[in-house]
Design a protein. Structure first.
Length: 245
């Protein structure tokens, strides 16, 4: 899932990546809301809330939503710099190393959520998850050539609408039948992404209610397994390529 990039990737690889990481994003986003009442990865909602608080003069409260937005962007910046660094040095598993970084930071955040006093817990949890979701979304966007998004639903829902519209036109005979297959593949990909985000959100709330910040640590372990698998596969491919030279 974390080795091939761009046009080298097949639909099945993209779908596995989308389902796994969208479920992670759904779980973390809803767990943060369950814990402290803020969405960490919903930038559309956070920008709207920022606008509302500015309009009514609640600048101090609005500044927290601004911090969430800027932290999400910072995560994307860090991810991009890390990936570019790896690509310049031909580190074939750089995307897997990026997810490994997310796993380590998420584990640290999980321990912090368990140990911090309530006053510091809310901003640390929300801003921490926001940063990590920005990082994750940038990784997935880069490796998939922008075909996959995992931390938000608006763009994916728009893609589903476009694909359904195109398929309707094809069924009505306005477009050639042979163009249908790519749209069906994209529809499956985006439909599974939203479904995985939804299921991850449900599971995230239920599990967080029972074990609290340990959910973050458990999710970090899952990401660690995915990252290590990608790193091993990248090393194997590199070794085979070197042997063939």
């Amino acid at each position: 899932m974390l080795v091939q990039q761009g046009e080298e990737r097949g639909n099945d690889v993209d779908q596995r990546l989308a389902c796994t990481l969208a479920a992670v994003a759904g779980a973390l986003n809803t767990a943060a809301f369950e814990a402290v009442g803020f969405f960490a990865a919903n930038m559309t909602g956070n920008v709207s809330l920022l606008s509302d608080h500015i309009a009514v003069g609640h600048f101090l409260t609005g500044s927290f939503f601004l911090a969430i937005i800027l932290t999400f962007i910072a995560g994307s910046v860090v991810s991009t710099v890390l990936v570019n660094f790896g690509r310049r040095r031909q580190i074939h598993g750089i995307y897997a190393y990026s997810i490994l970084s997310e796993a380590i930071l998420l584990a640290v955040l999980g321990f912090a959520d368990v140990g911090l006093p309530p006053l510091h817990r809310a901003p640390t949890l929300v801003l921490g998850i926001s940063f990590l979701m920005g990082l994750q979304n940038a990784v997935v966007t880069r490796i998939s050539g922008a075909r996959v998004r995992t931390t938000h639903v608006s763009g994916t829902a728009t893609d589903i609408g476009i694909e359904l519209g195109m398929l309707i036109d094809i069924m009505l005979g306005h477009e050639p039948n042979e163009t249908a297959a790519p749209y069906w593949a994209k529809l499956r990909l985006h439909g599974m992404s939203i479904l995985s985000f939804l299921i991850g959100g449900v599971v995230g709330v239920l599990v967080y209610q029972r074990i609290g910040g340990l959910l973050l640590i458990a999710t970090a372990v899952l990401l660690l397994v995915i990252a290590v698998s990608g790193i091993r596969r990248a090393r194997g491919l590199r070794a085979r390529a070197a042997a063939a030279e």
